[in-house]
Design a protein. Structure first.
Length: 420
């Protein structure tokens, strides 16, 4: 038993070789123990496996895992296993996942979760949620996976289970595409998802058939994540997302899709969309929890009813491009949005015509003034911090200008744009 526990602790500490050595000693000790059950030539001791826990998935080869799987399968009703507080079923479920027995894993985790909830075994319940998140992820059910991860994280945080909490956070970061290895902006991820899913936006259409789309994400979220670490970044992300959800609700919008820090929101009114964007920027500026977080927001209005499926190919894509043209702290809109609200109390600065990837003709965009500091942008003097995974790819692809194409070849860091 002590060798199994040592292997688990060593593995968690990143000492893989030492963990494998301890695991080997556990196997050798099991061969000498009389109170064992033999399967496929391997001898198993229940309490030793319980002490090893799910580290077995990382340390054992497939033959040992197969034999261990059959051992648990034949031993599910043994009172000795139940006496370990449900842990054997968590181990069994994780072994099943390692062997791609997803249905078996789901049954094991679901049954054990029911037991844990009845007995108040919160840590085991959280671990079952972790397992069910992996099951949902393999089925392509990202929403269900994220809900299980949220439930797991809440239980782990309540009891100070830091190791398991970090596992839940890491998995959520992976699923949401916001980790330090993110290869594209959240706006791109949201756009791709919406174009694939094509949700029904008719309830958000104005009487004339138009829908105003708002895209937003955090500027330079990748280096921010790297600087803060995943745990702190996820706290910040939750506060950011809650703020946007609340403002969308207050302004009568609908969150169509959110991935990581990226949102696509639909409004029946361009005015409501602009008021929501202003409220988001003002609330972010006032928030102490989100100090230093800068979001970019873009809006575009398109005809949903008349253009049908082409709405997703043209207008969703254009709204995303407009948002990508914004800098942190800015609200940028298409010419159509400005035209719809012209004559109202909104003030705009002309950012000129910009080439947009996927569109033959350049499109005029405008910067909405939402406070006294959001004056006209002077591109010859502005400093832009380029994130190699996100903005260098994004801006170069969107603007198509030689200057931005050259950015790809420049070192990462703070750059000042050249005068034209």
């Amino acid at each position: 038993m002590i060798h199994g526990a040592a292997a688990r602790v060593l593995l968690a500490n990143g000492e893989g070789e030492a963990a494998r050595a301890a695991f080997q000693r556990m196997q050798e000790a099991s061969q000498r123990t009389t109170n064992t059950r033999e399967v496929d030539g391997f001898k198993f001791v229940a309490y030793a496996l319980a002490s090893l826990d799910t580290a077995i998935v990382e340390l054992a080869d497939e033959a040992y895992l197969r034999a261990c799987y059959r051992f648990f399968e034949a031993s599910k009703a043994i009172p000795l296993l139940t006496a370990f507080g449900g842990c054997p079923q968590v181990i069994y479920g994780n072994i099943a996942l390692a062997l791609d027995e997803v249905a078996v894993a789901e049954t094991a985790f679901t049954g054990n979760l029911t037991w844990a909830q009845r007995e108040g075994a919160d840590i085991i319940g959280g671990r079952c949620h972790l397992g069910l998140a992996e099951v949902a992820s393999r089925h392509g059910q990202t929403g269900d996976a994220l809900r299980h991860l949220d439930a797991a994280a809440a239980l782990f945080q309540q009891h100070g289970a830091k190791l398991f909490l970090e596992q839940a956070i890491a998995k959520k970061v992976e699923l949401q595409g916001v980790g330090s290895q993110d290869m594209g902006s959240s706006i791109v991820l949201v756009t791709n998802a919406v174009q694939a899913e094509r949700p029904d936006l008719r309830p958000q259409a104005a009487p004339d058939g138009t829908v105003t789309l708002l895209f937003t994400d955090i500027e330079n979220s990748t280096p921010l994540n790297e600087r803060l670490g995943d745990a702190r970044y996820m706290e910040l992300l939750r506060a950011h997302n809650a703020l946007i959800d609340e403002q969308v609700r207050l302004h009568g919008g609908r969150v169509v899709k959110t991935i990581g820090d990226g949102f696509m929101v639909a409004f029946a009114s361009a005015r409501r969309g602009l008021e929501c964007a202003i409220a988001i920027q003002r609330e972010l500026t006032a928030s102490q929890d989100l100090d230093g977080v800068r979001v970019r927001i873009g809006l575009h209005t398109g005809e949903m009813v008349k253009q049908g499926d082409d709405f997703f190919g043209r207008h969703v894509n254009l709204a995303a491009r407009v948002a990508a043209a914004a800098l942190g702290g800015e609200i940028v809109v298409s010419d159509l949005v400005r035209g719809v609200v012209q004559g109202q109390e909104f003030a705009f600065d002309d950012l000129g015509e910009r080439p947009m990837k996927g569109f033959e003709q350049p499109l005029r965009i405008w910067q909405l003034r939402w406070d006294c500091d959001s004056g006209p942008r002077h591109m010859s003097a502005i400093e832009i911090e380029i994130d190699k995974e996100r903005q260098a790819h994004e801006v170069a692809g969107i603007t198509g200008t030689p200057y931005f194409q050259d950015l790809r070849a420049q070192p990462k860091g703070l750059r000042q744009s050249r005068s034209t």
